[in-house]
Design a protein around this ligand. Structure first.
Ligand SMILES: *C/C=C(C)/C=C/C=C(C)/C=C/C1=C(C)CCCC1(C)C
Length: 237
């Protein structure tokens, strides 16, 4: 067998790619099958959670191969994945809000645009690479996009919407999603900083991004699943 296709036991980044590929596939089946236990709008939320981990799983297989064969960051696959899954998570967020109350669709578009600004800036920064002139200015643009989203859900329209109404389960889901977008998503810019400050460190970069994806795609889905199934069993009782 070609040596470059083997996973080296000392390659922790490669092992993390492998573990997360498997976890994404397992999560995809789990959320999809658990749809049956949810009622009404929650079914759609679980479908979206399943799409997110499914798309990520597919990309993780390719990313793992790039890493194992070349030891380089699979930047393009990584950002294609994010460009598909982050908007889906914004959809998810919006579905939760809509389960709580009436939401203006303009809020959805603002969150979506901010997330795309964040990702495009990050992508351009990363393909420029360590030491390029755009690395930190583009990082600042990406941070602005993310901070705008955080502002919207803590102080803007989305926060006012949710404090007043909704079932207990959707309130809980909303608060958990807030934590994901602030605390969970903050792992990504940390990865960028550790990955590029001081000349570039592909291992740290990928290890942190992999951890972040695990938290923000799988744990995120589990939060939705917990709310969906608790709300549904309350209704069935
Ligand atoms: C499933 C993938 C997710 C939830 C990806 C989220 C990515 C981010 C929150 C990225 C954030 C970044 C910044 C805030 C600054 C610029 C660099 C980025 C793109 C890593």
């Amino acid at each position: 067998m070609d040596k470059s296709l083997m996973l080296d036991p000392g390659d922790f980044v490669g092992v993390s790619f492998w573990i997360i590929s498997a976890a994404m596939v397992a999560a995809t089946f789990f959320f999809f099958m658990e749809r049956d236990r949810a009622v009404g709008k929650w079914k759609t939320s679980l479908s979206v959670a399943s799409l997110v981990t499914g798309i990520a799983g597919l990309h993780y297989f390719y990313m793992r191969d790039v890493w194992v064969a070349t030891g380089e960051s699979p930047t393009v696959f990584r950002y294609v994945d994010w460009l598909l899954t982050v908007p889906l998570q914004i959809v998810e967020f919006y579905l939760i809000l809509a389960a709580v109350t009436v939401v203006a669709s303009s809020l959805f578009w603002r969150l979506l645009v901010a997330s795309i600004v964040m990702l495009v800036a990050g992508y351009l920064g990363e393909v420029g690479g360590a030491g390029s002139a755009g690395l930190w200015p583009l990082f600042a643009v990406g941070m602005a996009g993310w901070l705008y989203i955080v502002y919207e859900i803590f102080a803007g329209e989305a926060s006012k919407i949710s404090a007043a109404n909704g079932t207990e389960a959707s309130q809980r889901a909303f608060n958990a999603l807030r934590m994901i977008v602030t605390v969970g998503w903050s792992i990504y810019p940390l990865g960028y900083v550790y990955g590029y400050a001081g000349g570039g460190d592909a291992e740290t970069l990928n290890l942190i991004y992999n951890l972040a994806d695990f938290v923000n795609k799988i744990a995120f889905g589990v939060v939705i699943w917990a709310a969906a199934t608790s709300d549904s069993s309350a209704k069935a009782a």
